[in-house]
Every structure is written in C-alpha cells, then in structure tokens.
Design a protein around this ligand. Structure first.
Ligand code: NAI
Length: 734
C-alpha cells in the first residue's frame, strides 16, 4: 500500500532549495501539511529573503497540496513550531535539514567560522527539535530526522567546523532515540549526497546531474512514516542507493592484571589484538558497551581467566568449534554444606517465619527440617561461578558476555540437609542462534554413587553466534506454554529491598546484584535481583499452593528468564494445574512485566492421591496395579527410564466400555504414572479389559496370546510391547 501522510503536519527546515525542497514537495504530494522553512540566505549564512520558501509553497499549492512558509532562522526554533501549530494545529514530523558551509583549512578556521556552523547545524537542530518535543511526546507520535554528512563520519579536508557539528547531530539523535522511544517519538540520521548549491562547487556537473535530491527523498519519507519502526539508526544515501551504518568494535584484549599495575608496555604488547577486527562486535547500545566493561572488571577481579590466559577469551580471534566442545566434561568439583546454607537459601528466596508452614525450612531442630528443593541449583552452580567454561576447548567466544537464559532442575532424591555432593558438569550442546550462542550445561550432583539432582543451565553468549551450528537440540529441556485460560491460582509475595543482598550469600557474588555503580554501568538504575532468586520464589509458591509445602513432592522445574526484577518489587506467580504438572508464569506485580515464562513445576502425586482417586464403588482392579507401578517408579524410575525409554498408554475397559486411561511415562525425567487423558504422545497404546489386564499381570495370561486372541489391542510401536514385561512382571507385584 502506498505510504500516505494525510493528516500529518511536517516541518522541513531549509526547504527553499536543494534537498529540503525535494522533501517538502514529496511530503505534500502524499497528503501532508508542510511548513516550508527557509531563511533565504546565501550559502555561507549571510543575507535573508522570503523568496526561497515562498516559491516552494506556491509550487505545492499549485499541485493542490497544503503548505505555509516560515522565514525564521532555525536558531529561533520556537517560532518554526509556532507556525506549525498556528497553521495546522499540530506537529508530527521535523526534518532538520537547514545548513550552510564555511570551509577553511583547520589553521585558518576563525571563531566565527566555527560558531556559525555550530549555531545553524547543531544548535539550530537542537532548538527546533526541543520546541517540537513535548507536542510529539504528548500525542505519542513523532518522527525526527537529523542530517549529518560523510564529512562528519569520515572527516574531510577543510571541514573541521562542519564535520564536528555534523557528527554532533548524530550524538544528539542517538540520545533522542532513547528518550523518545517509549512515546513513539523516533529519531534517525541521514548522511545524504546530492547535487545542490552546497555541492556544486566541489563536484563535477555531470556527477551532480546524477545525484538528484529525489534519490534521497524516499528514504526520508519512509523513516518519517508511522509504519517505520527504525529508531536511532544512521543511513548513507545517494544516487539511488541506501545503506545503514553501525559501529564495530574489536574483540580487544584485557591488558590489566590483578596483581600488578597496568602499564603502557602491556598495551603495546597486546596492540595487534586490540586493533584486530576479526569477529568484531557490533555494539548497538551503551548497555552492551558498558556491560562488557563490567564483565572485564569481574574477570580481572576474579583473576582466574586473565591470570591463566593473559589474552583472555575476549581476544580470541578464531571461531567456535562446537564439535570439540560438545561432550566435554569439566573437572568434577565438590560442594559441602550444612543446615546453615539451607536456611540462608530459604531466607534468600523469601521464606519467612510469618508463615508457620515455612518453619520446616528455617529451623534446624524442626522435626521435619528439610532443604528447599530449588537449593539444587546452588549446589550445582559452582562449576559456572568459577569460570569453568573458559577451560572448554572449542568455545572460542567472549565468555564475559553471558546471560542466564533458562534453567531446568530435577531432583531424583530429596536434597539432604547437609553433606558433600560431587558435581559433574558436561557441555551437552552448543547452539547457534545467530545473534548469540547457547551453551547447554548438564550438571549432575551425586552423594557418593547416588544421583541426587540434575540441572541443565542454558546460557546465552551474546554475539557468539553465526559459527554454522544447529539452532536447536533434542538435549534441551523444552519450555512449555501455559494453558490458554485464566490461571487456576495466583500467589503474590513482595521481595524486600535487601532480597538480592541476602540471596547472594548463597554463592552468586556478581556485584551487579549489590553494587549501585556496577549496576549503573550495566544500564540498570539499581542493582537487580538474581534470576534464580525469582525462580526460588516461584517454586516455593507452587510447593505451597499444590503440595502442602512437602519438599518430597517436588520433582522438577523449568523456567526461562525474561526480564530482571528489582529488589523491593512484588512477584506474582500465576499457576495452572494440569495433572501433576503445574504450569507457571511469574510477573512483577507493579509493572505487569513477565519475568519468568514457559515455566512449569512437576510434582509427584501425593502418597494417597492415587488410592483416594479409586472409584468408591465398582473400582477397577487395575487401579491398584497402576498405583503400585507408580510407587515403584518413584523408587527406581531413573533406572527404568534408561532401560525402557518409552511412553505407554493404557485404555482399560469394563463391560465393553472405556473405564480408565493411564500413562506410564518411562521416557522423561525419572518416569511417572499418570491417570486420565495424557497431554503428550504415547509411543504405544494398549487397550485391554480390567479382567484381562489382571490376568496378564498375575502371569495367568500370556500377553502374546492375549494379542492374537484379540483380548489385547495394540496401537503404535508394537515392538515396545516386549518391554512391557519388564514393568509388569517386576513392578506390579501385589
Ligand atoms: P542547500 O544549500 O541547497 O539547502 C540548505 C538550505 O538551508 C538553503 O535553502 C538555506 O537557505 C537554508 N538555510 C541555511 N541556513 C538557515 C537557517 N539558519 N535557517 C533556515 N534555513 C537556513 O543545501 P543541501 O545540499 O540541500 O543541504 C541540505 C542539508 O544536507 C544540509 O544540512 C547539508 O549540510 C546536508 N548535506 C548535504 C550534502 C549534499 O551532498 N548536498 C552532503 C552532506 C550533507
């Protein structure tokens, strides 16, 4: 569809000739009401005449368009906007285009040459834009163009004054883009090349002829249209070509060592790396820029990576060899703790003695003293905190640029309240997401030979993508969207101002969560809460709402970290119960921003749940068998999952009618038994009557015979039927 400007009011400064005139005509042709501003002076900023603007207004009107003239200098910015408001009642678009030249070699540049150029270009654009700003903000729409120049971007002999002012406009635009974004006020910058009176003295006539202003105009119109969402961008444009520009920054090198002062010789010795643009970063925001410095500070502080490898991973120029990284095992580590750490963690994720239920997690002499299930991430995070990834071969990426993306935790046994666990960490996979790389780390925590918990950390390494790897992995524990209905339960809890200060004592010492100046360097207005702290809050809410705070009911949790939470904000956990899976989403109550998404907690059924669910009369005998299978799976599910690796569906009939549905999942996690319709896919489904089922279980009826005689119907992967015996024979003894 053609881009229309009907109803829009557009101010073009310096529109009496050259590029400005072309813009004014084009906006008017597409329905805009145009303020044609031009002082009508000479190329060096001298003189004044109304003729230039008047002619353009006449031309627009002759074609049936709407336009008024304004003859003020851009240095009287308010007056230009006044003309727009008086004539058309609003201002939607400002194209800062007016300009003059006073070229001199630098040595001969006078104060006047300098000041005049700055007054018209930089100060003029500032004053006009400031006058329009609040009108645009209030109406929640505005489009602003700044006009820079290749002379500013690249430098040009004899244009020191002009280059400085022109690049000043880019700086102005960059900040306006940030301040205006939330009001839909966008500011972009163009560096045009076109034949005009400004260029006729410096370019040959036949070239000028081919550099028509009309080849610049379409970009300006598009950038000023409501459909264009670019903001804070810079474009070079001319001769019918348009290209976007951005900054590039070398990977660089950390040249500072913790143990000795930083010297010029350190810089000299790393010079090649500092200046090497191979795999350069494309930094787009000040947050990204400063974040990398924050990371450098912590890397130098921790000493580890820098001391061990003075050039650090940041200076690595080679790509990612994910094949040598995948499957790599980090050196095992040990985590020793006692009730103090368990209690400290529980307080860190908001447990309080206000709730009598919580005492079992806060008082070591409580008869049921327990460790909160999500403490499982604390025992396992050491491998990462210690910078262990740096030792992984093939991960030649900037590991200072790491964001915690997702977390999965599964408990195979309730966590002991004290002890020493041995932690084994494996790089499960490395994914190429284009803008970054995702590293999946599988962490198993053992007590002796016994597996206690499994974690999968999913970390996103900003800027490390594009190495030709796969985008997804079957090793990744998937996120699951909640059902599309209002939540079944909501729990709200406020974090305290000191929540992060308390939580960090459990082992995540990143200063981002405590030090205001560190946080400010990362672009945050105050230190932020740890993502895993919100994670602990959410899990606690589910445990309270659906499991009577019984930690033995907790099986697994998966979350995606979406946005940061500030200490003191309230967390709102929305929950949906689907069988033993509780889907959840966590929001900051004050802002409604989603902070944890795609999340769920899997619970073990309550001990008596299966039995209680038995029909009171005419109960099926098979119910007892499935309940027993459920118990056995609880004890040795992980082993069975390894052996069987399949999901079995059951349809039990009674008197020819479907009477019950069961699913025995021996594929995911540590296995489960589920009654009722199943949301996932069964590999094989058996249909059998309650009586025949019991005959098979008791070994009175051979399953093969049952199949051939039609008593047992099988859909799906029929071969899996053979594995059935493993479950029925050993695990359904009554
Ligand atoms: P131009 O000289 O044809 O147009 C500039 C217009 O601005 C003139 O009509 C002039 O009267 C007006 N003007 C000057 N001072 C003013 C003031 N204080 N208040 C109001 N109006 C004033 O020049 P051109 O080439 O169309 O340039 C337009 C813009 O593009 C300028 O900002 C220039 O620096 C920039 N530019 C142009 C390039 C080109 O290749 N033409 C290259 C790079 C930048």
């Amino acid at each position: 569809m053609a881009l229309s400007f009907a109803g829009r009011v557009v101010l073009v400064t310096g529109a009496g000739g050259g590029l400005g005139k072309a813009y004014a005509l084009a906006f008017a042709e597409r329905g805009a009401s145009v303020i044609v501003n031009d002082l009508g002076g000479d190329i060096k900023g001298g003189g004044k005449s109304s003729a230039a603007a008047d002619k353009v207004v006449e031309e627009i009107k002759a074609k049936g368009g709407k336009a008024v003239a304004n003859y003020d200098s851009v240095e009287d910015g308010e007056k230009l906007i006044q003309t727009a408001l008086e004539s058309f009642g609003r201002i939607d678009v400002v194209v800062n285009n007016a300009g003059i030249l006073r070229d001199r070699s630098f040595a001969r540049t006078s104060d006047t040459d300098w000041d005049l150029i700055h007054r018209v270009h930089l100060r003029g654009s500032f004053l006009v834009t400031r006058a329009a700003w609040n009108h645009m903000k209030n109406q929640k729409f505005g489009r602003i163009i700044m006009t820079t120049s290749a002379a500013g971007i690249y430098g040009n002999f004899g244009q020191a004054n002009y280059s400085a002012a022109k690049l000043g406009l880019l700086g102005l635009a960059n900040t306006l883009a940030i301040e205006g974004a939330k009001y839909n006020v966008h500011c972009n910058t163009i560096a045009p090349t076109a034949g005009s009176r400004l260029t006729e003295t410096v370019m040959p006539p036949d070239l000028l002829e081919n550099l028509k202003p009309e080849y610049v105009t379409p970009l300006v119109l598009w950038l000023c249209h409501e459909d264009c969402h670019d903001n804070g961008s810079l474009f070079e444009v001319g001769a019918g070509w348009v290209g976007k520009l951005r900054w590039e920054r070398a990977k660089g090198a950390i040249v500072r060592h913790k143990s000795r002062p930083m010297t010029p010789e350190d810089v000299r010795d790393q010079w090649d790396k500092i200046c090497d643009f191979t795999n350069a970063d494309k930094i787009a925001t000040i947050g990204e820029s400063v974040q990398s410095l924050v990371n450098v500070l912590s890397e130098v502080e921790s000493g580890g990576a820098v001391e061990a490898n003075p050039t650090s991973s940041m200076s690595s120029a080679s790509g990612v060899n994910y094949l040598s990284a995948v499957g790599h095992k980090l050196a095992p580590s040990q985590f020793t703790y006692n009730h103090t750490q368990c209690i400290l963690y529980a307080l860190g994720v908001g447990m309080s003695t206000k709730d009598p239920d919580s005492l079992r997690f806060l008082y070591e002499n409580h008869p049921e003293f327990s460790c909160l299930p999500t403490f499982g991430v604390i025992v396992s995070q050491d491998a990462l905190m210690g910078g262990g990834l740096v030792s992984v071969p093939g991960l030649n990426m900037d590991l200072t640029q790491v964001l915690h993306g997702e977390q999965y935790l599964e408990l195979l046994k309730p966590l002991p309240t004290s002890g020493t666990l041995t932690i084994h960490t494996t790089v499960a996979d490395v994914l190429d997401k284009g803008s970054g790389a995702v590293i999946l780390l599988d962490v198993n925590a053992y007590s002796g030979d016994e597996l206690i918990c499994f974690n999968q950390f999913s970390v996103f390494v900003v800027g490390a993508g594009g190495f030709g790897g796969k985008r997804s992995s079957d090793k990744a524990k998937p996120l699951v969207d909640p059902p599309k209905r209002a939540p079944d339960a909501v729990m709200i809890d406020s974090t305290t101002r000191d929540q992060a200060a308390l939580y960090r004592l459990s082992g995540d010492w990143n200063p981002l969560h405590i030090d205001p100046s560190f946080a400010a360097m990362g672009g945050f207005k105050q230190p932020i809460l740890h993502g895993l702290c919100s994670f602990g809050f959410a899990a606690r809410h589910v445990l309270k709402q659906y499991a009577d705070n019984d930690p033995t009911r907790f099986k697994a949790i998966k979350v995606r970290f979406v946005k940061p939470v500030l200490p003191g904000q309230s967390l709102q956990t929305e929950m949906w119960k689907e069988g033993n899976r509780i889907h959840l989403q966590c929001k900051v109550k004050e802002t409604d921003a989603v902070v944890l998404s795609g999340a769920y907690v899997d619970l073990h059924p309550a001990k008596d749940e299966a039995l209680e669910n038995l029909p009171k009369t005419g109960g099926l005998q098979s119910e007892l068998v499935f309940t027993e299978i459920g118990r056995r799976i609880k004890d040795m599910g992980a082993e069975l999952v390894k052996k069987v690796n399949a999901v079995f569906g059951w349809e039990i009939t009674k008197d020819g009618q479907n009477a019950a549905q069961w699913t025995i999942d021996l594929k995911s996690g540590s296995g489960s038994v589920h009654k009722g319709p199943y949301s996932g896919k069964a590999d094989v489904t058996f249909t059998v009557s309650d009586e025949d089922f019991m005959e098979v279980v008791q070994g009175k009826l051979n399953p093969q015979k049952a199949f051939f005689s039609g008593k047992l119907k099988i859909r799906g992967n029929i071969m899996l039927g053979q594995k059935l015996e493993v479950i029925l024979k050993d695990h359904a003894k009554l």
